[in-house]
Design a protein around this ligand. Sequence first.
Ligand code: MRU
Length: 353
Amino acid sequence: MDAVLYDKVRAVEWREGGVRLLDQRVLPSTLRYEECATAREVAAAITAMVVRGAPAIGVTAAYGAVLAVTEAYRRVPTDWRAAARADLTVLRESRPTAVNLGWALDRMERVMEAVGAEPPVATLLTAARRLHDEDIAANRRMGALGAALLPPKARVLTHCNTGALATGGYGTALGVVRAAAAVGGISMVYADETRPWLQGARLTAWELVEEGLPVTVLADGAAAARLRSGDIAAVLVGADRIAANGDTANKIGTYGLAVSARHHGVPFYVVAPISTIDAATPDGRGIPIEERAESEVLCCQGVAHSPAGARAWNPVFDVTPAVLITALITERGVVQHPDTEGIARLLTSPIPA
Ligand code: MRU
């Protein structure tokens, strides 16, 4: 039997001395890969959205760190650490909101700093691969925990893309959909189109169609009306950064969805690995929100649809206050009504075997 999509397609892969990225800007019409041979190429690909989704960005940056050290040693063998650190800074700044990026680079930097005069390229590659594998394992675990919260044959609503493409593999919120589909079945996944990059209409819909799971794409503005219909069991979203009190940054539009879900009495679940929690940021006010070019809003697929002279505001993420979140689903467990105490307990809880 054919492997399912999430086992066949990897957003990011290490390939003989480089990183291979599935170019998510052109999916689903074109299946094209971009090969990055240097850390700076990796950073540019992250900024340009070739790869996107917080956990996938973290995994990509980890492989980018391997390239940074390899090149640094080739260029400046006597002071390779300083040269590598400069590239790590470029990687770190490639996108500001997803904390998984800095988390992955901190982890790689600890490996880089721990050893002697020779660059630890093989050890770094092993560390990057472990980080990648751990992300997939975390997604599987979250999938099982999240599926247990859904009724059989649920109809769910999701935003952006949180699947195999946004992660090391399998997915966070979409991982819960996959796990639920395997256990009690899923009647329908309503996927917000997610303007302006259309991660829902292009990427989530593609992942689900390829696996034979039912999907209905909604214009973002249709989500509230769908929630009012009363047949949605839950809203499932991912996260780019979760503050210590549970306030959650995710794709722009998530906040409005959370307000609407609360108004209509629909459970609102955030599904994210521990690496997305930023314990150093007390609440959502401290989360940096990326703003991208106005042209992303004023044009669609390169074609301008607003008159010349119109301005656009293009924040890429918004912050959902913790009070609107029914539960946070992580690989270490589920936190109902997340707040500072609940998240602190989660972070000190033992890692399940
Ligand atoms: O701008 P993007 O496409 O990188 O934004 C992605 C999201 O907002 C996702 O919901 C989030 O990273 C969680 S992915 C598992």
